[in-house]
Design a protein around this ligand. Structure first.
Ligand code: DLL
Length: 431
């Protein structure tokens, strides 16, 4: 077990007073330096002096993705471009990327958050970390790279793809930690199996997977396929990428670096704050950012907060798994559901593989929903029409029981659904 630092086990009062001080500093800094916030605060006729306790944050306006789009490229920046030493971006939905910027201090803070995350996960200087996130504008690879180096581990920046070469390097260099999306972890696991390599023959012990959801059922596939403990980390480009939160080996929530990012959960419809434990939309206020401070940024991610002390001894607030995004929620015949719920149902069957694609189409006025799911090679090799019909009916029955409506299931042969080296696209809403 790695050492727990004092800032990871502050009392709630100590953390709250630190957060309040930094919140007031951030509000005053943003108002002074970012035209967007100056105007927003004027419209809400508020100043940072009005904030004397953390719960008053609920009276502040939100920042939305559309604000970043409208103020592209530098409108949300609090510093002159000459102070910026790094830019990362995610692909926006409207054509223009969503940028995030770092001053030297922001980058150092990012590194501290990533290092803390990886210590929480149990990485030490003896580890060999293979970074198989893509090294592009995407924050994933660079953030993980910074954190692993900061822990004193040896970093192998392979980037994503060239899976055979990844495996060769794992074997030759005795990689102990694989960093990549859950989707790519599945690709590596599949390649190991195909090549007849026993994961136990590798030095791999830990997988750190983020940037997209990983259900418990998918975690199990990855852990078995790679012979690792698979832990999730979370973050988003807008607030600086990964480094926001990380699971510890007790797998009971993601520890939030709440001295850097103040979290709230709101009801996405009423926009009112929800009490601890209730599920809603995660909102973050940056507490230490120089280049691009964000106040009450609506992430669209759905989860809940837990304030009890974790089994690992840390008091940092934790969020639960991201069970979906407000913009990912699907409505079929009036019933709301998240793709992650369907994933858990599909992967709970011992005959299925963790590869599926959900299609939503219109048949006249009615929603027609179907899902293609691969079966494991062991099942496919032995299957006949009867056994595959029986499995299909069992899966359809389970979906109807849990989600309350019918989804047509098509069983697919192994390897027939496209794989991804980054984030997977599994939902095709063609309505
Ligand atoms: O995905 C940052 C990141 C890189 C996080 C590497 C972790 C590891 P974006 O591309 O901006 O940034 O996507 C952010 O991805 O709002 C979530 O919806 C989703 N997401 C990220 N991590 C997780 C996770 C990076 N562990 C968006 N579980 C977020 C579920 C996740 N969803």
């Amino acid at each position: 077990m790695t050492e727990i630092m004092s800032e990871e086990r502050l009392t709630r009062d100590e953390m709250a007073s630190l957060q309040l001080r930094r919140l007031r500093e951030t509000l005053s800094y943003a108002k002074e330096r970012v035209g967007f916030y100056r105007q927003l605060f004027q419209e809400h006729s508020m100043t940072h002096e009005d904030i004397t306790s953390l719960d008053q944050i609920a009276g502040l306006p939100f920042t939305k993705k559309s604000d970043l789009v409208q103020n592209y490229p530098y409108g949300m920046c609090a510093v002159d471009p000459s102070e910026i030493i790094r830019l990362h971006a995610s692909s926006g939905t409207t054509g223009k990327p969503i940028n995030t910027y770092y001053t030297r201090k922001d980058q150092q803070d990012w590194q501290k958050c990533m290092e803390r995350n990886f210590r929480i996960a149990g990485i030490t200087k003896d580890d060999v970390c293979q970074i198989a996130f893509r090294y592009t504008l995407f924050t994933g690879a660079f953030g993980h790279h910074l954190g692993a180096e900061s822990c004193g581990a040896m970093v192998i920046p392979t980037s994503a793809g060239q899976t055979e070469r990844q495996i060769m390097m794992m074997q030759d260099l005795k990689t102990t930690v694989l960093h990549c999306t859950p989707s790519y972890a599945l690709v590596v696991a599949e390649k190991l199996k195909e090549s007849g390599i026993d994961p136990q023959s590798l030095a791999l012990r830990l997988g750190i997977h983020g940037a997209e959801p990983m259900s418990e059922e998918m975690r199990q596939h990855i852990e078995e396929g790679l012979g690792v403990t698979a832990l999730r980390d979370y973050g988003l480009t807008e607030v600086g990428g990964p480094g926001v939160s990380m699971e510890c080996p007790s797998k009971s929530g993601f520890h939030i670096n709440e001295d850097y990012f103040y979290p709230e959960i709101i009801d996405p419809n009423t926009l009112e704050p929800l009490p601890p434990g209730e599920i809603g939309e995660l909102v973050f206020t940056s507490l230490q950012k120089e280049a691009m401070p964000l106040i009450r940024y609506r992430t669209r991610d759905i989860t809940h907060l837990m304030y009890d002390t974790c089994a690992c001894g840390r008091t940092l607030v934790r969020h639960g798994p991201i069970c979906g995004r407000t913009d990912d929620m699907l409505i079929v015949g009036g019933v709301n559901f998240f793709p992650s719920q369907l994933e858990s149902i599909l992967l709970a069957f011992s005959e299925t593989a963790p590869h599926y694609a959900l299609y939503l189409r219109k048949k006249g006025p009615v929603d027609d929903v179907s899902v293609e799911v691969e079966t494991l090679p062991e099942f496919w090799a032995l299957t006949d029409e009867n056994s595959s019909d029986r499995l299909m009916q069992r899966i359809e029955g389970k979906i109807k029981d849990i989600l309350g409506f019918r989804i047509h299931v098509r069983l697919m042969s192994p390897n027939s659904i496209p794989r991804s080296e980054g984030k997977s696209k599994r939902v095709f809403d063609e309505r």
